[in-house]
Structures are given as structure tokens and as C-alpha cells.
Unconditional design. Structure first.
Ligand SMILES: NC(=O)c1ccc[n+]([C@@H]2O[C@H](COP(=O)([O-])OP(=O)(O)OC[C@H]3O[C@@H](n4cnc5c(N)ncnc54)[C@H](OP(=O)(O)O)[C@@H]3O)[C@@H](O)[C@H]2O)c1
Length: 260
């Protein structure tokens, strides 16, 4: 069983290399190969033609795509690049998966919704992205679904990890530098660890591989995966700082002022 992980140096991809190791032979790829991070292959998913060829040549049974353009604000200035990586790459992956008869496990985001809801979003909730990033991720979802390949699409939110670029590490850094932080208190979400996502992904891949075609069809499709509970960015920042202070990671509990 061959499992190709794209974006293996990212927050989720890095954790996936650990959780999928017991499921099959794992091939790791990212924009650049990096043996220190366990990334063996350089595959640019922003080159859709080359991407399909490379994937077909590797003949994986499962393609896990944790690579993405994730700079949400910057995407407003780079819509074509975001579209190439988050959308056109999925056209190529869908084609390659059909050729290899492989499952595609892909990740998407709560940004495909308009964010105006006050209750948790269900999988069949109407999508209405309001940003370049959200539109590019939704286009990727639709391309994957239209490709006709077997796919599992996990929508998640507010991902953080002990490495990479994320809110947790940003708060730890700025809390050590400033006397007070101001953080928005009117946006609520579900902070989700990359490790939890990777663990959940491995469970789903194992189930899919062990299933018969009828059972596989029940596993495939869109699934929302986020940690339980909810918090505002401000509440999350306060919790991060309080815990880091209690653990001795921060010299003082920097106050966080709520803003809209
Ligand atoms: N982070 C979140 O809060 C969040 C929330 C909801 C959903 N998601 C989704 O979850 C998935 C994983 O996110 P993450 O937080 O793990 O992202 P991440 O930490 O930003 O990792 C993405 C990885 O993809 C690589 N990549 C970007 N462009 C590439 C290209 N053209 N070719 C090859 N590799 C490329 C990045 O390399 P470079 O660093 O070199 O660019 C990075 O290693 C994504 O689909 C994302 O949309 C994330």
C-alpha cells in the first residue's frame, strides 16, 4: 500500500507522516525536499501538468493532499497563485487519482462558508466564500468532486501545531515582546490541532482501505472535522498565555484586551 503525502512539511502534513507510517509505505513530498523534516521528494503542486505526471509515475494507492496556499490575507493580492495551488492542482490530482485508481484525501476550510452562521456548520450547509482564499478552496473541492475519483474531503478550522505558522506560536511570540495584546473577540471558532487531524485522517484511511466498495462509498465525501468546543480569538489568546505562563514558557501573563 503506497501513500503519497503532498505538503509533508506543513503543519498537518508533518503530523501525517507519523500517523500514516503504520498504514502503508509513505512517500513524502513538499515544494522542496528536506531530509531534516522527513520530506523525500520535491513536487510543486502549483505546476498542475507536472503534478499529474509525477503522481501517476509514483502510482500511489492513496494521495493525501496537505499542501495548500494558506496565506489567507496575502491571497487577496495573489488570486492566480492561490487558484493554481488550491484549485487547479485538484483538477490534476483528480485526474491522476483516476488513472491510478487511488483515493484522494484532501483538506478544506470553514472559509468556504460566509461566516455569518451562529451554529456549527453542517456538511450540506450552503457555501458562500467571501475571500480569495475561500473561493480558491471551494473551487478545489468542486474540481475534486467533479473528477470522478474516490475522495475524502475534510473541512477543518483554526489549525495549530507546535511547529509552522499558526495563532498559538504567534501569540507566544508577541506575548513575550509586548506589555499588552489586543485581539478580536467577535470571531468564534474551533481551534483544532494538526495532530488530531492527522490521527483522524489515519483512522479514516485505514477504514477506507479495509472496506468493500459499498462501505467505501459511505466513508467517501465531505466531512467536517474540528475539535470540540468553541472560543473567540481573544479567548484562545488568553488561554494560550495563561497556560504558557503556568508552564513557565512565558515570564509573565501578558494581558489581552478584547476588541471587535
Ligand atoms: N491552517 C489553518 O488554520 C487551516 C484551517 C482550515 C483548513 N486548513 C487546510 O488544511 C490543510 C493543511 O493546512 P496547514 O495548516 O497544514 O498548511 P501549512 O502549514 O501552510 O502547510 C502547507 C504546506 O504546503 C506547501 N506548499 C504550498 N505551496 C506548495 C506548492 N506549490 N507545491 C508544493 N507544496 C506547497 C507549503 O510549503 P511552503 O511553506 O514552502 O509554502 C507547506 O509545507 C490545507 O488544505 C489548508 O487549506 C488549514
Amino acid at each position: 500500500m503506497r501513500i503519497l503525502i503532498l505538503g509533508a512539511a506543513g503543519q498537518v502534513g508533518f503530523e501525517l507522516t507519523r500517523t500514516l507510517a503504520g498504514v502503508g509505505q509513505v512517500l513524502t513530498a513538499d515544494r522542496v525536499a528536506d531530509p531534516a523534516l522527513g520530506v523525500a521528494l520535491a513536487i510543486d503542486i502549483g505546476d498542475p501538468l507536472g503534478l499529474a505526471e509525477r503522481v501517476i509515475a509514483l502510482a500511489p494507492d492513496v494521495i493525501v493532499n496537505a499542501a495548500a496556499y494558506t496565506a489567507v490575507d496575502q491571497a487577496e493580492d495573489e488570486p492566480e497563485l492561490a487558484d493554481r495551488i488550491n484549485h487547479l492542482a485538484l483538477v490534476a490530482l483528480g485526474q491522476a487519482a483516476r488513472r491510478c485508481n487511488a483515493l484522494v484525501l484532501h483538506y478544506s476550510t470553514d472559509y468556504v462558508f460566509d461566516g455569518r452562521g451562529t451554529a456549527p456548520y453542517r456538511e450540506d450547509h450552503a457555501t458562500a466564500p467571501r475571500s480569495v482564499y475561500g473561493r480558491s478552496k471551494l473551487a478545489g473541492e468542486q474540481a475534486l468532486a467533479a473528477s470522478g475519483c474516490a475522495f475524502l474531503l475534510l473541512r477543518t478550522a483554526w489549525v495549530y501545531a507546535a511547529r509552522g505558522k499558526n495563532f498559538l506560536l504567534t501569540m507566544l511570540r508577541v506575548a513575550a515582546q509586548r506589555d499588552e495584546l489586543t485581539v478580536v473577540d467577535d470571531q468564534v471558532g474551533c481551534p483544532t490541532t494538526a495532530r488530531f487531524l492527522a490521527d483522524t485522517s489515519a483512522v479514516l484511511v485505514r477504514r477506507w482501505l479495509a472496506a468493500d466498495p459499498v462501505q467505501r462509498a459511505q466513508i467517501e465525501g465531505i466531512c467536517h472535522v474540528a475539535s470540540a468546543g468553541q472560543v473567540s480569538w481573544c479567548g484562545f489568546a488568553r488561554d494560550i498565555i495563561a497556560r504558557a505562563h503556568a508552564l513557565g514558557l512565558l515570564a509573565r501573563a501578558t494581558p489581552v484586551r478584547a476588541i471587535t
